[in-house]
Structure formats: C-alpha cells, structure tokens
Design a protein around this ligand. Sequence first.
Ligand code: ATP
Length: 494
Amino acid sequence: MENLKKSKSEMIMDIATKRGLIYPSSEIYGSKAGFWTYGSLGTKIKNKWQNLWRNFFLSLNTNFYEIDDCTIMPKKVFESSGHLKNFTDPLTECEKCHFRFRADQLLEDELKLDIAGLKEEALTKLIRDHKLKCPKCKGNLMDVRFFNMMFDIKVGATGDDIMYLRPESAQSPYLAFKREFEATRRKLPLGLAVIGRVYRNEISPRQGFFRLREFIQAELQIFFDPDKVNEHENWNEVKDESLIIFSDKKLKKITCKELNEKLKIPKFYLYHMTKVQEFYLQVLEIPEKLFRFRELNQEERAFYNKIHFDIELNLETLGGWKEAGGVHYRTDHDLGGHQKGSNTKLEVTIDEDNKVKRFIPHVLELSFGVDRNVWALLDIFYKEEKERTLFSFPNKLAPIDAAVFPLVNKDKLPEIAEKVFLELFKQGFTVFYDDSGSIGKRYRRQDEIGTKNSLTIDFDSIKQNDVTLRDRDTMQQVRIKIKDLKENLNKIKN
Ligand code: ATP
C-alpha cells in the first residue's frame, strides 16, 4: 500500500524497470541521463508501434517506401542542411556548481513565461531582471550562449576526419532522393520513410523517458510538386473531416474544408494531417480528449518550416500537453541546400501535358518520436484499481498475446498447459507461461504489463479439452475449446 503514495510517473517507472519495459542503459556502471534500454517487453511494444506506423503511413500511397541508412554522416551534410549553424539550444551555467541548464526551459519553469524565439541577450536580460539563481545551489547564472546539439566523432586512425551523428532521420531521404527518384520511375509524390536512431546532445535530458540523447524517430518525407500543394487526389475523402486544433489559446474542431478556405492551409498538407489524426485516434485508440494539433507561430517554428503543427498528447505524468510529433512543410529548403552544397542536381524534370517542368520538389515531413510515443502509451493506458494496476493497451499494442497457467502444479494440469503454451508459441503468438504463486497473483502480474488474455487450465480442462480465457479489463472468464484458441486469439489480436 506504500506504493499508492507514489506519483503516477513513479509507479509506471517502477513497473517499467522491474518488468523489462525500459530501464537506464549501462545501468550496472551508473547510467547517464538520456540513454535508455528497451527491455524484452518494451521492445515488443516499440516494435508493435513501429509496425502499425509503417503499415499505416506506407499504405497511403503506392509510391511511398521505407529506406534505412547510416547514422554517422559527413560534416558537409549538416553544413548544407543548416544544422551546424542553427541546431542550437540556449545554455546557461551556474558559476558555483557548474550545472548547465537550458535557459529557455529554466525561464519557462521559473517565470511561467512564453519565451519562444528570444536571442541570447534577451534571455540573459530576463535572468538578470528576475534575479534568477541556480535552482540547485542558488549560485549566480552565467550569460546565455547557444550550444550546438550535434555529437561529433572522430573517424579513422588519424582522428582528423570529423563526422556527425545525425540529429534527425530526415537527412537520409534527402540524400537518397536522387537515386530513389530514378529507381522508382520518376514519379511524384514520392515518399521515403525512415525509422531509426538519432542523437542530440540535449543540455538537460530531464523528465525520465521524454527528452533523450539517443532516440528513435519514425519520419516520412514526402517529395511533391509545389504547384500542386493545394490539391490531393483523395481530398474529397477528407474535406469534411474535422481536425482537433489548438490555436489562439482555444481548442477547436475545424473541418479540412474550412481550414483550407479560411486559413489557407493547403489541401496536400491537410490530407496528411487528417491521416495523422486517424492514426492516433483509430489505429492507436488514443482517447480524443488527449490528442490535438498545435499550430506553431513563426518564432516557435524550426528555421526551415513554412507551416508547422505539432502533434500533442495530454500526458498526466509530464504535467499536460507534450509534443509527440509534427507535421512540417519544409519547402525546398533541404533539397535546395544539398543541391548547392554537394554540387549535384537534385531538381527534377517532369513531362506533364506535353510541357517539360523543371523544379526542386518540396517536402512535407510527418515526424514522430518513437520513444515519446511509447511513453505516451504507458501514460495513457495505465490504470490503478483497488486491487491491481494495469495497462489497458489495445490488443495490437499489448506486449504479450496470452499468458498460460496451470491452475495447480499437479494432476496432469502442467502437461496440458505446457502443450497449449507450446502450440500457441509455434503458431506465432507471443505467449508467457507462469506456474508460480496463486492464480490471483498470476493474473495481477499479467494485468501489470497489459496482457489482455490469460488462459487457465483447470480440472474441467482434462475432460472437456478446453481452458478458461480471462479478459484483463472486465476480469470475466469464458470457456474455450483448445482447438478453437488460435481462431479466438487471432480475432481479438487486432
Ligand atoms: P522538442 O521541442 O521537444 O525539443 P523538437 O521540436 O526539437 O522537440 P523535432 O526536431 O521536430 O523535435 O523532432 C521530431 C520528433 O522527435 C519530436 O516531435 C519528438 O517526438 C522527437 N524528439 C525530439 N527531441 C527528442 C528528444 N530529445 N528525446 C526524445 N524524442 C525527441
């Protein structure tokens, strides 16, 4: 009962570390903030999320594909992309304890001010005007300076060759564009997705599993003809759909048609926003009240984005609305930059209605942080009840399809249970066998990690060739013939 005094975040973290969902990386040597391991169960949830993402977004268009790339890239890539110059966060340091803080976060936390887009001098002035001190030791804070968040590494024996760990997966499709455009028969729109690791030297990776230094992004870069930004072949399918939008400090539901006509948001952009919303509400089954798009103004937007809506989820463990992804209209910023920097033609020539058009494609980016989304699932589906805690994950996200228990460890029950367990395992289900402790405790252990189905072999099973199937959420039990298990589990799996 001592547990009940813990915060929701602590409760989830306790379960996550104890049960093999996530835990600090290199833990036995004392881990570093911002580096985490996905354990055996966490990897299953992450992979399920990634597969749902892959299946959903790559099926939006027959010309969308996935690629995979190195995470270490030459310096020139980031000179051309602008990251070497602009991928910075404001830093302030305590003169006494030398702890470093992200100045914007510190000011936001301490003064509750919205300080997006302020430069070094303005941030320093705010610190001085409000006499802000180091939150750790009350020492004086140094002037704010910008700090580049990329990790550099020395490559080769001489150590002269400096390369960089990619800070976003997006650069890979831009560098691959020329080859893929040729290989896929020169058609636009062309979508190139990457699910992969990226690295950012975050100044203060606080908030547990939310701000990491090594993390995974799932991003889809869609290359298209800028003349066609206000069209989409499936516009009619989405034009009457309402999007949940937070703007001007208000939450609104606005149809795509209205957003297009009144706010001049292009149809190509809106079509994909609708699909992002559908992914969250229908595929991941996130409750509608916990999802919204938030429009970013010019000061808040990344330097390359023309239109930018963040995907936000309301997460109790993190104190409210948090960014889980974004929909970014990056124009020709990236291909243009790489064309110039690499001296390689990245513009395309397209024959349309007997007219030859030559242009640099524009990019619409759908960007998601996988780890933040995994944490969001833990936050959103976690429940505390009188006798138990549970994750009420939709089946398609639950790490285990079914747990199998013999009611007692005698009278042939373990033999039957093991047979059922192995049969399901061979059929491709993720199953877990547990024969220790009371049946009630075994149910609780499965509830705690979100297993939807628990199968118990009891004395009636011997005569009837059946099992009881107990549902995690309702705790109701039904009897099912062993021969029908595969079909039943498949039905509830999706
Ligand atoms: P933030 O404002 O939180 O630093 P960002 O706007 O810099 O994030 P993007 O560059 O748009 O993030 O990256 C795309 C996605 O990658 C984000 O929406 C988020 O889900 C994820 N992401 C970004 N930084 C981190 C991080 N340090 N740890 C985990 N995920 C991250």
